[in-house]
Design a protein around this ligand. Structure first.
Ligand code: AMP
Length: 425
């Protein structure tokens, strides 16, 4: 199958060639013709499958063929759960529409609304938004959704996990009933099916498996190490391996900052990305990481969601997550698009309980080794941290929930159950 066979216009094909894409991914070959036919879609596809181009290319074609209205009312809305994902989708929309007369913009919270309002006022055809800021601007009368022809819900399952259901319903109520709806979700949970039944009209269903299943392609390794020697070990691994692009996970914002400083002192360029960083700082860190000027990106779990970093060779868990499902999300950042990747975890005595929980979840015993000079502390608690203690830590983590998405934290237990089922199957 080639892009030429999908019914896309020359302007879009030119943009695709410019991106360097040779053949459409499975989700693209399936979704593009159906969307061009005007069908509603319920698509299961995760990040890394090429889903963004899968909905963006046909959406751009439909809009460019449609009636051009002088004032450019918003005709397509793409809703995403996080600002990082919104920014990423916007970049894609921008690239793919380079040779078309269409305008797009992105809005999300955490930054000044004034420039966003000004851009919308000038007229945009496509709006990419997170639900909170969209409702804010709608309530203030700065935008109208009365001309929406196409609605895309991207990563709908995560929007539900983050407690956006009410917001989504409210946003939909501002739109005309006659419109095309595209729902993309990593899973088809009961909640997603319910949402789909409420607002999709005779949808076509597409399911595309991830190119690699997390636990199969990724080489996972555990280093047992004393807590106090973790920094030394991570610096040794990165330096001696001469690794150029490493994503490191830390449980806390302060821990991420501390580690980042120590890396820099050791001569390894590093940036931290977490909920306390401004949007500008996050974008800058991510940009540096992608273009190779920053070798190590130290991230917390919440900040890392929605980051699009293709073909990442190394992921290191400086600390194991206290929620096992986060481990699967973290290591899913390596080995994208068929390439193999390596996920290392530095585990000290008190984290052994977390390790056991993770191994139970993924159904694998992870190979463990010790590096000379970085041995585990014999005085560290030898038993795994008791469940009760872990739970109280868990609730503490919830209470101190990072960033503004506390609702995301409070939905974790429901998510846990779903994910456990997913990764067992
Ligand atoms: P997504 O799943 O939309 O987040 O896309 C994952 C990555 O795949 C992005 O970096 C895209 O630029 C890239 N991509 C999308 N479609 C293709 C394609 N047909 N061929 C090669 N790369 C692609």
């Amino acid at each position: 199958m080639s892009f030429n066979q999908l019914g896309l216009s020359d302007a879009l094909l030119k943009a695709v060639v410019k991106q360097g894409y040779k053949t459409p991914s499975p989700i693209q070959s399936k979704s593009i013709p159906l969307i061009l036919e005007g069908k509603d879609l319920l698509a299961s596809a995760q990040t890394g499958t090429g889903k963004t181009a899968g909905f963006t290319l046909p959406l751009l074609q439909i809009l460019s063929e449609g009636q051009s209205l002088r004032k450019r009312p918003i005709r397509a809305l793409i809703l995403t759960p996080t600002r990082e994902l919104a920014a990423q989708v916007y970049n894609n929309v921008n690239s793919y529409s380079e040779f078309l007369d269409l305008r797009s913009t992105v809005i999300f919270g955490g930054v000044n609304q004034r420039p966003q309002v000004a851009t919308i006022k000038n007229g945009v055809d496509i709006l990419i938004a997170t639900p909170g800021r969209l409702i804010d601007l709608q309530n203030q009368g700065f935008l109208s959704l009365a001309n929406i022809q196409i609605l895309v819900l991207d990563e709908a399952d995560r929007m539900l996990d983050m407690g956006f259901l009410r917001d989504i319903k409210k946003i939909i109520s501002f739109m005309p009933k006659q419109r095309q709806n595209l729902l993309f979700s990593a899973t088809f949970s009961k909640e997603i099916k319910k949402l789909a039944s409420e607002f999709l009209h005779n949808p076509m269903t597409i399911e595309v498996a991830r190119e690699n299943s997390t636990v199969d392609v990724i080489q996972q390794k555990v280093y047992r190490v004393a807590k106090a020697k973790k920094t030394g070990l991570i610096i040794k691994l990165i330096s001696e391996g001469n690794w150029k692009q490493v994503l490191v996970f830390n449980r806390t914002k302060h821990g991420a900052n501390r580690l980042c400083k120590k890396m820099i002192s050791a001569g390894i360029s590093a940036s931290a990305i977490h909920g306390n960083k401004s949007q500008g700082a996050r974008t800058k860190a991510l940009h540096g990481f992608k273009n190779g000027t920053v070798r190590v990106l130290v991230a917390t779990d919440i900040a890392a969601r929605g980051l699009d970093i293709p073909l990442l060779p190394h992921v290191i868990n400086f600390e194991l997550p206290n929620i096992s499902e986060d481990y699967v999300h973290r290591i899913g950042r390596t080995g994208r698009a068929g390439a193999s990747g390596e996920a290392l975890s530095l585990v000290c005595g008190e984290e052994r309980g977390y390790l056991r929980d993770i191994e139970k979840l993924i159904g694998l015993k992870l190979p463990t080794s010790i590096v000379e000079g970085f041995e585990p502390d014999p005085n560290a608690p030898s038993k795994p941290v008791k469940k009760q203690q872990r739970q109280s830590r868990h609730s503490k983590a919830r209470k101190t929930g990072e960033g503004k998405n506390t609702s995301e934290q409070s939905h974790k237990s429901r998510r846990s159950k779903r994910h456990r089922n997913r990764y067992r199957n």
